[in-house]
Write a new protein. Structure first.
Lengths: 288, 277
């Protein structure tokens, strides 16, 4: 007959925490920080198809580190929750706090009830009208949730990256300045013999929640626009920043009870992605 | 009622089940009562219980497509609304207009907008224009029961096809029947009570490859003709400053013509047609 050994609850939780932490620290890091024009997500991610950073709703973004299948599952759940809420109430009734609560409850239940915890750490970010109004929530594998103003670093060596971010972060930074800080922070760890690495555009996944855009504010910065932003930080204002100068404010968002009356095309697609293809073929002037 | 989206507990399994990228399919599992076409209706003919939306036209032009709708909704012989909006962007590159029971139609547009956005967010890429049209056909099909009782909705769908090889043919139009049949229209199409008159006007004035500006004028003019002969279609309302809604879908996305611009187009058409001034 098999003998059932006693393990104290403390021991079980400790083991699970250690297991989850180990899994998370193996992966590369993600940085989320606020800047003057919105919220910036920077992930060290060589893949262009498997995202660590994604859109949840109009003003809400998602970033994660750890096991892809697990955080992808949470991301899809978040999109469903946000879309359901927006559909049954109103688009303005979808907020990051409710989403963070849902995630916290879910992660917490998985941590205590299932034998294997999720090896993920996620960030839910909501862009406000001002940098002070931005909300960044960090959620860990055990369902703990924290509201961290300004910036969040997740993944392996998150402590060292956070220290670097704390020294340089300011709300008034431009997109280029914020991206420079983020890439330096990400590159400050993992180099040979503790030396800082210099990250190139192809190693980065970058996206922003653009404070000044009405409607869906999430856009990816990639391809030529990203290369320009990463490389020529002292040169001419890159495409991505020009867009940020658009005078639109959240107050311009039409308030209607019915269907959405205007949907902005994804301006981010200035690279080789499909939606941009006909634009290149068609240098036609638009209808007046 | 669906749990999860307003309770603080753990997200129900339906939220975390992998697989579907469709918001409608998700709603079917999570909150079927929110789906149009799933409601139990009382027996009998319900065609007079709610306002009806009327005429919509769409015209394929060089480099895109134009869709326009009048602003009237009727209930029997009454005007239920003078300024209803019946043409909307479905997503960044496509447009949708509805004729038939206004309430059901607007609900369907809202669901369709979320459906396209949801797919885009889950999959990281948009549906093709044909894929979008097929999704819409499914929604119409699900409304067949209500349609048989008088709550019919017919949409008109048009968009800029990002996969089109030739820019001249990138603007495409799809029409639907009440049973969910889907038809690709070549040059132009009109739906609703005034569609007969609008199409009669369009077929005489349409020339292949016309510019977007000309197509916008033609669309407003065909609605003017529809309003001329159909009481359920509203013409330009100079006194109140209510004009048709005209939207375009091009490589740059969807745009709604400013009211000042539609007012100018309507004004020039009225001036052209005024013989007794």
């Amino acid at each position: 007959m098999a003998m059932q050994f006693y393990a104290s609850p403390e021991q079980i939780m400790r083991d699970r925490s250690e297991y989850a932490r180990k899994g998370i620290s193996r992966g590369r890091s993600v940085v989320v920080l606020t800047y003057e024009g919105g919220v910036l997500f920077v992930a060290e991610n060589p893949s262009t198809a498997l995202h660590k950073v994604s859109e949840i709703y109009d003003r809400i973004g998602f970033a994660a580190v750890g096991r892809y299948n697990e955080f992808e599952n949470l991301r899809a759940a978040g999109v469903r929750m946000a879309d359901l809420r927006g559909y049954s109430y109103d688009r303005r009734d979808v907020n990051a706090r409710a989403l963070a609560n849902g995630y916290a409850q879910t992660l917490g239940a998985i941590f205590t009830e299932q034998s294997k915890p999720y090896e993920v750490e996620i960030c839910v970010a909501q862009v406000g009208a001002t940098p002070e109004g931005d909300e960044l929530y960090r959620l860990t594998y055990d369902g703990s949730v924290g509201d961290e103003p300004g910036f969040i670093a997740m993944g392996g060596s998150a402590e060292a990256i956070s220290t670097k971010l704390r020294q340089g972060h300011k709300h008034t930074a431009t997109l280029a300045e914020a991206l420079k800080l983020a890439t330096e922070a990400l590159g400050s760890v993992g180099g040979d013999g503790g030396k800082p690495r210099s990250l190139t555009a192809s190693q980065l996944e970058v996206a922003v929640l653009d404070r000044r855009r009405p409607g869906r504010t999430f856009r990816r910065i990639r391809g030529a626009a990203l290369a320009q932003l990463v490389a020529g930080q002292s040169g001419s204002a890159p495409e991505a920043e020009k867009e940020a100068d658009k005078p639109a404010t959240p107050a311009d968002t039409p308030m209607t009870a019915g269907p959405a009356t205007s949907i902005e095309p994804p301006l981010s697609e200035v690279d080789t992605q499909p939606p941009a293809a006909p634009k290149k073929r068609a240098p036609k002037p638009p209808a007046e | 009622m669906a749990t999860g989206f307003d309770s603080p507990g753990r997200l129900p399994a339906v939220f975390t089940t992998p697989g579907s990228s469709s918001f409608t399919e998700f709603l079917t599992a999570a909150a079927p009562e929110l789906l149009p076409g799933r409601r139990v209706l009382p027996a009998g003919d319900l065609s007079d219980v709610a306002p009806h939306a009327t005429t919509i036209v769409a015209i394929a032009a060089d480099g895109g497509v134009v869709m326009a709708g009048d602003r009237r909704a009727t209930m029997g012989n009454m005007i239920a609304s003078r300024d209803i909006e019946k043409v909307y962007p479905a997503d960044a590159y496509s447009l949708i207009g509805i004729a038939g029971t206004a309430g059901v139609g607007l609900e369907m547009i809202k669901l369709f907008q979320v459906e396209l956005e949801h797919y885009e967010k889950i999959e990281g890429t948009s549906l093709t224009l044909d894929g979008k049209a097929n999704r819409l056909a499914t929604m119409i099909r699900n409304n067949l029961g209500a349609a048989m009782q008088g709550l019919a909705v017919i949409p008109l769908f048009a968009g800029f096809d990002l996969d089109a090889a030739d820019l001249g043919r990138a603007g495409r139009i799809f029409s639907f029947d009440i049973a969910g049949g889907i038809y690709a229209e070549k040059e132009f199409h009109a739906i609703g009570s005034g569609s007969l008159f609008a199409k009669a006007a369009l077929k005489k004035r349409y020339t292949p490859g016309l510019s977007l500006e000309d197509a916008a004028v033609l669309a407003v003019e065909s609605l003017y003709d529809a309003a001329d002969d159909d009481t359920a279609t509203g013409g330009p309302d100079i006194a109140r400053g209510i004009f048709p809604i005209v939207m375009t879908a091009t490589a740059e996305g969807t745009t709604r013509l400013a009211d000042a611009e539609t007012a100018r187009i309507a004004g020039s058409i009225i001036a052209e047609r005024s013989h007794h001034a």
